[in-house]
Design a protein around this ligand. Sequence first.
Ligand SMILES: *[C@@H]1O[C@H](CO)[C@@H](O)[C@H](O)[C@H]1NC(C)=O
Ligand SMILES: *[C@@H]1O[C@H](CO)[C@@H](O)[C@H](O)[C@H]1NC(C)=O
Ligand SMILES: *[C@@H]1O[C@H](CO)[C@@H](O)[C@H](O)[C@H]1NC(C)=O
Ligand SMILES: *[C@@H]1O[C@H](CO)[C@@H](O)[C@H](O)[C@H]1NC(C)=O
Length: 445
Amino acid sequence: MNQFFLFSCTTISLLLIITTSTTHRTPISVERTIDDPHNHRHLLSYNEDPLAAEPWLEFENPRLKNAYIALQAWKEAILSDPNNITADWVGPDPCAYTGVICWPAPDNPCERTVAGIDVNHADIAGHLPHELGLLYDLAVFHLNSNRFCGTIPQSLTNLYRLHELDLSNNRFAGKFPELFLNFQNLKYLDIRYNEFEGGLPYKLFDKHFDAIFVNDNRFSSALPENIGNSPVSVIVMANNMFEGCVPASLGNMSATLNELIITNNGLSSCFPSELGKLRNLTVLDVSRNKIVGGLPDSIGDLNSLEQLNVGYNMMSGKIPTGICRLPNLASFLYNDNFFTEEAPDCSKLPRLDDRMNCFRGRPDQKTDVQCRRFLSRAVNCSSFDCGNSYKPPAPICPPPQLSPNPINGSPSPPVTFSPPPAKSTPPMCQCVKPPPQPANPPPTV
Ligand SMILES: *[C@@H]1O[C@H](CO)[C@@H](O)[C@H](O)[C@H]1NC(C)=O
Ligand SMILES: *[C@@H]1O[C@H](CO)[C@@H](O)[C@H](O)[C@H]1NC(C)=O
Ligand SMILES: *[C@@H]1O[C@H](CO)[C@@H](O)[C@H](O)[C@H]1NC(C)=O
Ligand SMILES: *[C@@H]1O[C@H](CO)[C@@H](O)[C@H](O)[C@H]1NC(C)=O
């Protein structure tokens, strides 16, 4: 039964592919080309309805028609494509476009659908049009190292199958796109090297991400106190403008956290001793902040630690002896602080930087005056009021749904895909109007 089904299924698909590829030879002359003034006129007449495809095009299935509409809208939103990556984005088979990956649809193995887009390092300039929300089956979306700008369209909430999203090294701006937090399958979130601003939503740390890269943006404000709920193995928040406390809850990530990198921000509390619970941590970098107070003895419990960087802060006191006895520690940088007492074992480390502190008898230290002036003021770690920055969640509105208009005379059936199945009741929120309900149930095998 199964074998028969598979056989007929592949036969039908093959037939479909063959018939579509032959029938598509005819309309090749009507492909959208911006250079051709004649065809451009055609294009403009369909522009009135941005969710329509040219009626004379025939598509293998409605999903690929949706993908065609989405990718053509995207192509029009591109201002510069120096490597001609999108030059072959013409015609009714989006699976043949450069950078587009098709697979059998998860809910119907007889239908091909766009499952991935990979235009990494293409140097394309433009923006993301809201039609990209028609790529309902997209699982992988890799845009790294391009010049995409603007904000992330709300319609991308439709991409509920997404599990890898890499927008890094572009020019996206605006607040952290909270719509990413609706993706149940998203494991890998990389938005580093963009111009996102504002705070990180507390909900980010209640999601089951494997890795979070938000470094090199313009994020500011305090780190959410629930950060320790996150099961990530790597979190990189470097080169932003985060301020306030180093959250003590980070210590709750001991089962999973391998790398914690918050260098070059404005964190200004004491160093929480809870960080000593991170037994699997290999890299800890909190350098270039305004952290005050001592380095807790508990850091000497971080048995997996290989690299520790607390340089360029305002820390004082003595270097705990346990740290330099850690079995795997290869690099310990604590330069440019106000430490006064070194531990003898530290000199054996392969890489060490103790310059610009207040160690008597060591070279390249701060002056006596600098040290005395700073150290005369006592540090009160309780005065930072850490642990109270937790904010209750703001509800997220359901996304607007895109549904392409069926075209009169078109042989393809009207395209209606259902939105992601709600796993739980959506939070209450103040929306002007409720989202339209899908007319048809999703296609089933
Ligand atoms: C892209 O296409 C343009 C125009 O056809 C051509 O001049 C240019 O050399 C092409 N660039 C690359 C990298 O192929
Ligand atoms: C997480 O850490 C905070 C601060 O250290 C602590 O109060 C809280 O109980 C911890 N939560 C869990 C679930 O362990
Ligand atoms: C944490 O480290 C222990 C031993 O140091 C190891 O057995 C365990 O697999 C590690 N866990 C993770 C999630 O890396
Ligand atoms: C430290 O700060 C806390 C909170 O502001 C205060 O209650 C306490 O008295 C201060 N301790 C010292 C020694 O100044």
